[in-house]
Design a protein around this ligand. Structure first.
Ligand SMILES: [Zn+2]
Ligand SMILES: [Zn+2]
Length: 358
């Protein structure tokens, strides 16, 4: 048995290299997985550049990466329900399992966040992640995937979960109109999901190539905020009424206020994009109160991986066409630059640490 693997190792803020490291040994309650595909997430650049060093990651050296799929290669002695050879998709959050948030199923809000001794894990953020040939995981962070779903697509189950969790929190009005602000990968998935959850019309707000992509992939209407004031554009596209639900997927300053002004009476807002810590928003307080507007913060993707897998397997949700680039782990630097510079229309960039998987 080989005992070393290739991994992307962060050695300090903004400093990284692909090098040989020991393969992790699974604890009795862990599963060792061979990572077949791992997608670069919008949150990875912040971690790689060390903008939150001390928290994400807590210390160096560190292996990031959390949107992945692969196969089980070894199981700890206390594992039931997983076997060598199982195909699985990962999710980043694994709660302690005993705090009241975990007991209520809200393990994304675990009170023991960042305390590994309690059993809490946040793979790729606090605990080593998937930009490696192998990693050991709690089975609670794994969803078995069926054969009709490929590893590359399955790596995007975590990405899709961000949109689906917000939509579970707000609901989507049957026959209603939805606006999605920010046509990145999560925004485009939100646009598609709004349709199969019952919206009759989805409008996407953004700019540039990504807005064109949203248009090509099925938006009913698009608003370019560089040329049109987005709130009045949405009002005029809805006959002055506003939309039933707004999903904010950009995290940009000013867009929460815009979302509030875009929704109709009784409208609901899902906040998916992660804003900079320093951003403060001024919202029309009275308008929110007197129009009974609901604003839902949404963190990560609890309890949605299984349903997303079923939607993928059933052909209801498509993710494959969001993957624009695939690289081996040895070319991580090019992959990362392609992603952050959005080279050649880059949307989702997938890394294959163990060779081509399809
Ligand atoms: Zn992610
Ligand atoms: Zn907990």
């Amino acid at each position: 048995m080989i005992d070393e693997m290739d991994a992307l190792v962060l050695t300090g803020p903004g400093a990284f290299e692909v090098r040989r490291v020991p393969i992790p040994t699974p604890e009795p309650d862990e599963v060792l997985c061979k990572v077949r595909a791992v997608a670069i997430c919008g949150s990875d650049p912040e971690i790689i550049r060390g903008e939150r060093a001390g928290i994400w990651p807590p210390a160096y050296p560190f292996i990031p990466g959390h949107e992945w799929a692969g196969e089980v290669v070894a199981v700890g002695g206390a594992i039931h329900g997983f076997r060598v050879g199982d195909r699985v998709a990962g999710q980043a959050h694994k709660g302690c399992g005993f705090c009241d948030e975990c007991l209520a199923g809200r393990y994304n809000l675990c009170k023991n966040y960042g305390k590994p001794g309690t059993g809490h894990r946040h793979y790729g953020f606090v605990n080593n992640g998937a930009y490696a040939q192998y990693n050991a995981y709690s089975p609670k962070s794994l969803t078995p995937i069926t054969n009709e779903v490929g590893f590359r697509e399955a790596a995007l189950i975590d990405t899709a979960g961000g949109a689906m969790h917000a939509m579970k929190l707000t609901g989507v009005t049957l026959g209603g109109t939805v606006v999605v602000i920010g046509p990145g990968p999560i925004g485009i998935i939100a646009m598609r999901a709004a349709k199969f959850l019952g919206a009759s019309r989805v409008i996407v707000v953004g700019r540039g190539e990504r807005l064109q992509t949203a248009s090509r992939l099925g938006a009913d209407a698009v608003v370019n905020f560089e040329t049109d004031e987005p709130v009045s554009a949405i009002r005029s596209l809805t006959g002055g009424t506003g939309v039933n639900e707004a999903f904010e997927c950009s995290g940009a300053k000013g867009s929460l206020c815009q979302a509030v002004e875009m929704v109709r009476r009784g409208g609901r807002i899902g906040l998916v994009g992660i804003p900079d810590e320093a951003i403060r928003e001024e919202i029309p307080f009275r308008y929110v109160v007197s129009n009974e507007i609901t604003i839902c913060g949404s963190r990560a993707n609890p309890n949605v991986s299984g349903p997303i897998l079923s939607l993928l397997a059933g052909g209801v949700l498509k993710l494959r066409d969001l993957i624009t680039h695939v690289f081996p782990l040895s070319e991580f630097r090019s992959a990362f630059e392609t992603f952050i510079e959005r080279r050649d229309g880059a949307l989702k960039v997938v890394i294959e640490p163990n060779g081509a998987c399809e």
